[in-house]
Structure formats: C-alpha cells, structure tokens
Design a binder for this molecule. Structure first.
Ligand code: PLP
Length: 382
C-alpha cells in the first residue's frame, strides 16, 4: 500500500536541526543574535539597501505595516477578495475598513483597474497579493496608487522568490513587502515573517511596535548615561518578535532558497508538460522562472468529466491530498455580512474558486510522488 501523499510538507534538514540545537545551547532562546543575523541575511539576499524587521508571522508584519502607515478608523484599504483572510483582517485590527477588489482572470492577482474603480476619497492603501507566487502587475498597481496617493503594502507570503519586471519582490517601489515563513510556505521558521521596507520611518515604527512599544533607539541613545535596566514605552505595542529558535531554522532555510526554488520550478514544469492535453487550465505565469511556485493551481475546464469537489474527493480516495486557494473572502460570513458582499461583484474570483484545485508541489516530493499525482489525474479526467 502506498502512503498518503500530503498536500504540503516542510523541508527540514540536519543543518536546521543543528542550528536550533546551537541556539538552545547558547542560552539565547528569544529574540537575539540569530534573529538579527536572519534579518541581515534576508536583506543581503535582496541585494541590500532595505530594512528588514523579523516578526513572528506575516499577519503580524502586515499589521505592523498598516499601523506604521498611520491607517486607522475612517480609512479604507483595498484588498483582493481572492486571498487568505489575514490580508484583510489586519485592516480591521487598526479600525479601518476593507474594500474588496476582483482579480484579473489572467494572473489571479488583483486587477489594477479595480483599484481605480473602487477607491474613494477615504482610501489610503492597497495590499496586492502575489497569488501562489505569481507576481502582480506591479507597474500598473504602483502607477495607479501614485496617482491616487495610496500606499502599497505587498502581501508577499507566497513570493519568495518571485520576480516582477526582472526585480525580486522585496526590492520593488512599494512602501513595504511582507513575507511568511509559516510551515507550508517556500521557506519556513515554523511560524514567522519578515517586513521589508526602504522607508526608515516604517522600519523604526515597526521595530518599536513589534515589542511592546519599547523605543530601543531612544534607549540606545541614552545608554551611556542611563542604567542598563532603563527603557521607555512610547506606545501600546504588540508582542510580534521572532524568537532566536525560529530564526535559527530561518537562517538555514534562507541558504536553501535557490535550491528549493529550482526543485519547485522542476515540479511545475513537469506538471505543465504532463497535464497539457487534459481538460485543465494550467496556472498563469509571465515567465516560469519569475514564479515562486508556492502553489500550483489548475482550473478544471467545463468540459472535464468531474466537477471540482468531486475531483478533490476522488484524488483523496486515491491517496493524494489537494487543496483550494481560496474560498474568496466575499463568501466568508464575517466579510460578506460586514460589507454586504455579492458573488456577482467578483465574477473572476468566483469563477476561479468554483474550478480551482491546488496540486501538491513541495521540495520533499519525489519524482515518483509526482507520477502518482499525474497518473491519478489522468485516470480521473481521460
Ligand atoms: C500564509 C499567508 C498569510 C499569513 O502568513 P502567516 O505567517 O501565517 O501569518 C498572509 N497572506 C497570505 C496570502 C498567506 O498565504
């Protein structure tokens, strides 16, 4: 009997385990030298010239970003409906409201024209999501946002490494980009995230707010004539710091980013080839190498013999886990009721939701695992 193939698995090697053990033996478990080293290594990976703020989740990083931008009650932030709820919930954390936008059916990312048509005088920012690792049309998004005076916070949870117009996400002209190191993401720290910005003010506000509103810089400034136990609280901040234990995993994972990406790309290209003749729409991409391939999302065409739910159930019976990204937020009770949302206002997201299946794609998958997925899909659809 072959084993059940999970939808995703982290790829943890001896290097990660050894680094965590070194961290444990060092006695420094919470935020310390490894968290700092992880921030520095992440900035270096992006080519330098950016501030990196390590946090305990991407959700925390997105929250710190909208807080640092001064967004609050009475303000609005545009978010694509086709995303995880974290992208939108942080807007509510600061008391602002969400305006949901539909996606572009060619990229599955936010349709830049929707930013123009849905923005109001109260709209302050947009949070585009690089869905599945496919880069958004950032040129259009940045241009429209500049015209309308909107800040841009990239939800880069899927986007390590994604290129847009030849540049790595994290180095683009947005206000900030936030990466996730959740267990299923392209690199992991178990739980963790990184806020990346070139704006000194956003970085320093986020550093203060990630640890109880304690102003380290003021502390450092006065260190020479203050006792070592002295600190100042300048705001009711949060508890969003990344532990050294998590950063130890991240340091080693970061070094494997390129190798991980090469394997994901290989898996994606093989799916492309093997599934080409089936009643399936393959994932969008600008250039295969630009895509982080966090997700491999197919759509079952209307000519397919099975509907989506049936397809996933039969894959599961065959020992293969698939998933759906995402149940759009306009369908979720909280968001639907709060903003009286109708599926008809998000036809492209709704259409994608009804047909989409995320296939397993992760570095721990073997070629044989992938053959099983492909053969099972062929059996179901041919
Ligand atoms: C995973 C994810 C997040 C949240 O990341 P955490 O690190 O779990 O907080 C946010 N947005 C998207 C699109 C995600 O997939």
């Amino acid at each position: 009997m072959t084993q059940f193939l999970p939808f995703a698995l982290p790829d943890i090697g001896d290097e990660e385990i050894a680094e965590v053990v070194r961290s444990l033996r060092s006695g420094w478990l919470s935020t310390g030298p490894r968290a700092r080293a992880f921030e520095d290594a992440f900035a270096a990976m992006l080519g330098g010239g950016v501030h990196t703020v390590a946090v305990n989740s991407a959700t925390a990083g997105l929250h710190l970003a909208v807080e640092a931008l001064g967004i609050g009650p009475g303000d609005q932030v545009i978010v694509p409906t086709h995303t995880f709820t974290a992208t939108a919930e942080v807007v509510r954390y600061v008391g602002a409201d969400v305006i949901f936008a539909d996606i572009d059916p060619e990229t599955y990312c936010i349709d830049p024209r929707q930013i123009e048509s849905r923005a109001t005088a109260r709209t302050k920012a947009v949070i585009p999501v690089h869905y599945g690792g496919q880069g958004c049309d950032m040129r259009a998004i940045l241009e429209i946002s500049q015209q309308l005076g909107l800040a841009v916070v990239e939800d880069a949870a899927h986007a390590l490494p994604t290129h847009v117009g030849g540049k790595l996400v994290g180095t683009l002209d947005s206000d900030c980009a936030v990466f996730s190191f959740y267990a299923t993401k392209t690199i992991t720290t178990g739980e963790g995230g990184m806020l990346v910005t070139r704006d000194e003010r956003i970085a320093s506000r986020a550093r203060v707010m990630r640890l109880h509103g304690i102003d380290r810089d003021a502390f450092d400034r006065y260190q020479s004539n203050r006792p070592s136990w002295y600190y100042e609280v300048i705001a009711p901040g949060f508890k969003y710091n990344l532990t050294d234990l998590a950063a130890a995993i991240g340091l080693q994972q970061l070094g494997r980013t390129t190798a991980f990406h090469a394997r994901r790309l290989q898996l994606a290209e093989r799916y492309d080839m093997e599934l080409a003749e089936l009643p399936i729409r393959l994932p969008p991409r600008s250039d295969g190498k630009d895509h982080a391939w966090h997700l491999y999302v197919i759509q079952l065409l209307d000519t397919a013999s099975l509907a989506r739910d049936e397809f996933i159930a039969r894959m599961h019976e065959g020992g293969i886990a698939c998933s759906v990204h995402y149940i759009p937020l306009h369908q979720q009770p909280y968001w639907r009721q709060r903003y009286d949302l109708k599926a008809a206002d998000f036809p492209h997201s709704q259409g994608l939701f009804e047909r989409c299946v995320s296939l397993p794609i992760y570095t721990k998958m073997s070629d044989d695992d992938q053959s099983r997925v492909v053969n099972q899909i062929r059996r179901l659809l041919q």
